[in-house]
Design a protein around this ligand. Sequence first.
Ligand SMILES: C[S@@+](CC[C@H](N)C(=O)[O-])C[C@H]1O[C@@H](n2cnc3c(N)ncnc32)[C@H](O)[C@@H]1O
Length: 413
Amino acid sequence: MSLNSLSQISEDEHLLMNSFDALVQSLGLELLIEARTTDAGRGLFSIAEIPPHTVLFQIPASQLVNCRTLAPHYPAGLDAIQLISLHLGRYRRTPQPDPLFGPYISTLPREFSHPLTTHVHQTDSTFPPSVATALARLHTRYLRDWNAVRGYLKANSLTKLADEVLEADFLWGWLNVNTRCVYHRLKGARSHPDNFTMCPILDLANHTVAGPTMIPRVSDAERNNAPPIAKLGDPLTLLSPATPTKPGEELYLTYGAHSNKTLFVEYGFVVPCAPDDPRAEVDVQDIVEPMFENQGNDGAAKMKILQDSGYWGDWTLDASPSVSYRLTTALRLLHVPLGDSGALERWQGTLTGLRDTVSDANESASKRTVADICAILIQRAKARMPETNSSMVRVLWEEEMHVAMRVSSMLGA
Ligand SMILES: C[S@@+](CC[C@H](N)C(=O)[O-])C[C@H]1O[C@@H](n2cnc3c(N)ncnc32)[C@H](O)[C@@H]1O
């Protein structure tokens, strides 16, 4: 990196820190925390002793960026991620700040270093196959949203907006949503995909896998398991961790018990993990699917059976160590001869809980296949790891290798 770009970064960071102060002022908040620069970008730090469960701040509903606060300003027709990404993208480069959320938008990162912007066109062999697949799925999701927004702008004759918001601006908005939103109850059903919001200040919190974390307080709507009563929804209140915080400590959130594959693909970072870290997980679809294909017509029939019963794909090993139930189920069927109707019935019995196994022979064959899968994973990671000069990609290969070694030694292989 040139000195020029280094000074550019610190200038940007300086501007972002000033924007943070302006945001806090605009919200009229007096805080026990402040933003500081860390190795993970900016983060939130305490500036005082903070007792457990202290209210750190409350952001009023009108200052949260979500489907409720944006809906009055746009024609209907977009889901929450499309609408918020469009709105953010619209104000990315304009000299006029957004009259609704200007101070907040000026605190958002200027650029993203995220696999969707940097790696999406790399050859598949750079990443473990399951990471490449997850990245391709993210890319598809992004394209679906961008195409939906383009269609929406046309259908609603929003030609000025269509001219203003370039794809790069929309992608910037979309990555902001994807990497910075939090769950927030806005809809009747808890599982509704639009139950999330962008939240000023809170979105500066970095992720930790262990240790005390801040916790958003359960909102009224969530407690009542009903849509919020107020038109714009409930405010969002952030509580300090359950243990006391000393001045100068970083305050984290947990983004979830994610494997590095998910952290990398969704958020653009990894957290190196110990060989026995229970987060470590490998999706082995790219190895198992060809095993069914190699059985010709029988394999195709088994694939259909697994699809119909909801067990096709999402087959994982993890470092606890364990073989997921979904993978065990698929491998048992792989080793059932389809001509043997009794064995097929016994396999179905394992799904309904009537039986623990298909047979001893079937169980041994399935275990041998798990050992084969582990051997492939270990050999592949060892071969590919030296080829990468990205420390993040190295962590992704290491995670696969550690999981495979743990599962393999559990099997005594
Ligand atoms: C919600 S933002 C957190 C604030 C962010 N650091 C910033 O400067 O705006 C999430 C992003 O922060 C970074 N991040 C969060 N936790 C991290 C961690 N433990 N290690 C490395 N990067 C992290 C990643 O770039 C992630 O996409």
